[in-house]
Design a protein around this ligand. Structure first.
Ligand SMILES: Cc1ncc(COP(=O)(O)O)c(C=O)c1O
Length: 351
C-alpha cells in the first residue's frame, strides 16, 4: 500500500542504543521523545522495548494510547488547565510552569487519591516555556510544596526551540544554580534536572554537559541521527531510519510552463515556474495534505518541481519510469511528523 513511510526497526534500535549509552556514560538518563509517531503503537513499541524507564510525548491523547506500556509516561507540553483530569490519569509526570494549572492537577490527583509528579520548567533564555530564571520563583515553590497531591520531582529547561539558544556550560549552570537555590531554601532534594533536548548532543559529545544535569529529553537525534544545535549528523548513528515511498499515477512529457495567463494555484500562491521546455513529468499520489513537499529529498535522480494537496510533481529527467513505479524520498523531522500524522500514509516496519 502506498504512500508509505517505512521505518527500519534495526536502525531505530541502533540509534536508541547508541544515544542511551552515550547519555549513561555521562551520568545522564535519556528520556525518549515519541511525539513524532502520533501515538502509532507498533513503532512506539520498538522504542519502549529498548530499556527506557520513562517515555515522553507532547500530547495527552498519545500518552492515553500508550497507557498499557509499563514505562512511566511524561507529558512534555505544559498542560492546558482544561485537560488536567486526563493529565493526572494518563501521565505520571508532567512539565509545568503555571501555579493555576498545578493546582488543577492537585485537585484531580486528590480526587483519584494519587500523587502527580511535576518537573517545573525554567526559561534560561530561549524564551519559550518556563519561569524566567532571573525572576523570583521561591514563593511559587513554597506554594507548590504546600500541595498535598503534587510531588516536585525536578526542574527542567528547553533550549534552541524558539530563540535558537545554543546549550553551553554557562547556560546549563543557570539551571544548576536554580536547583541549588531551591535545595538550600527548602528541605527537599530534586531528583530530575532535565537539561534540554537534541541540541545538547554536541555538548554531550564533548563531555561538557554541566555535572548537575541528569536528564536529556531526546527526539530528533534518536530518530534522524542528527543533533539540532547546528543540524549535523551524529557519527555512528543512522540518518536513514525513515524513508517515504510514493507511487507514480501519471508519466507524461509536457511543456514545463503553463499555457496561458497565470493566476493563483490551489494554495492561493502565485506559482514561480521556470520555462525549461518539454519535460518528462511524473505525478505521484502524495500531496501537501500529507507533508510539506519542501521537506522531502528525492533518493533517485529526479527533481521535485511542485505539487498540490493530493499530488507531487517531479521532473523525471527523461528516465524510463512507468505509472505504478515507486519513488523514494528522505524526510526531515517536520516531514516525519506530518507523514506520521496523515492517516493516508501507511507506516510499514522493515524488520
Ligand atoms: C519540552 C520538550 N522537550 C524535548 C523535546 C525534544 O526535542 P528534540 O526533538 O530536539 O530532541 C521537545 C520537542 O519535541 C519538547 O517540546
Amino acid at each position: 500500500m502506498y504512500p508509505n513511510i517505512t521505518i527500519d526497526e534495526k536502525k531505530l534500535r541502533d540509534n536508541c542504543d547508541y544515544l542511551s549509552r552515550l547519555c549513561n556514560d555521562h551520568g545522564i538518563s535519556m528520556l525518549p521523545v515519541l511525539k513524532a509517531f502520533a501515538g502509532c503503537l507498533p513503532v512506539i513499541n520498538i522504542i519502549a522495548s529498548c530499556g527506557f524507564p520513562r517515555i515522553a510525548d507532547s500530547r495527552i491523547e498519545n500518552l492515553k494510547r500508550m497507557r498499557d506500556l509499563s514505562q512511566k509516561k511524561v507529558l512534555l507540553r505544559l498542560p492546558m488547565p482544561s485537560e488536567a483530569e486526563d493529565v493526572v490519569r494518563y501521565a505520571d509526570i508532567s512539565l509545568n510552569s503555571e501555579l493555576k494549572t498545578i493546582r488543577a492537577l492537585n485537585e484531580f490527583a486528590k480526587k483519584n487519591n494519587i500523587i502527580h509528579k511535576i518537573v517545573l520548567m525554567f526559561d534560561v533564555g530561549d524564551l519559550r516555556e518556563g519561569i524566567y530564571y532571573r525572576s523570583d520563583y521561591l514563593g511559587m515553590i513554597k506554594n507548590i510544596l504546600s500541595l498535598e497531591h503534587i510531588h516536585l520531582y525536578g526542574i527542567g529547561t528547553n533550549l534552541t526551540c524558539y530563540g535558537g539558544l545554543i546549550p553551553s556550560e554557562a547556560i546549563d549552570s543557570r539551571l544548576a544554580s536554580i536547583k541549588e537555590k531551591i535545595e538550600t531554601t527548602f528541605p527537599i532534594q530534586l531528583e530530575i534536572i532535565s537539561g534540554g533536548n537534541s541540541s545538547s548532543i554536541p555538548l554531550l559529545l564533548k563531555g561538557k554537559i554541566h555535572p548537575g544535569i541528569n536528564e536529556l529529553r531526546l527526539g530528533e537525534s534518536m530518530l534522524l541521527g542528527r543533533e539540532t544545535a547546528y543540524g549535523t549528523p551524529i557519527k555512528n548513528m543512522h540518518q536513514d531510519v525513515f524513508s517515504l515511498q510514493a507511487e507514480l499515477i501519471e508519466v507524461k512529457t509536457k511543456p514545463s510552463y503553463p499555457d496561458g495567463d497565470i493566476g493563483m494555484n490551489s494554495f492561493g500562491e502565485k506559482p514561480a515556474i521556470r520555462d525549461e521546455g518539454l519535460m518528462k513529468r511524473g505525478l505521484l499520489a502524495i500531496g501537501k495534505q500529507d507533508v510539506n513537499l519542501n521537506h522531502l529529498t528525492p533518493l533517485e535522480d529526479v527533481r521535485i518541481i511542485g505539487g498540490s494537496s493530493d499530488h507531487l510533481i517531479v521532473d523525471l529527467k527523461d528516465q524510463d519510469y512507468e505509472v505504478g513505479d515507486h519513488l523514494s524520498f528522505s524526510v526531515n523531522y517536520p516531514a516525519l511528523v506530518h507523514l506520521m500524522n496523515s492517516e493516508y500514509v501507511h507506516k510499514p516496519i522493515k524488520k
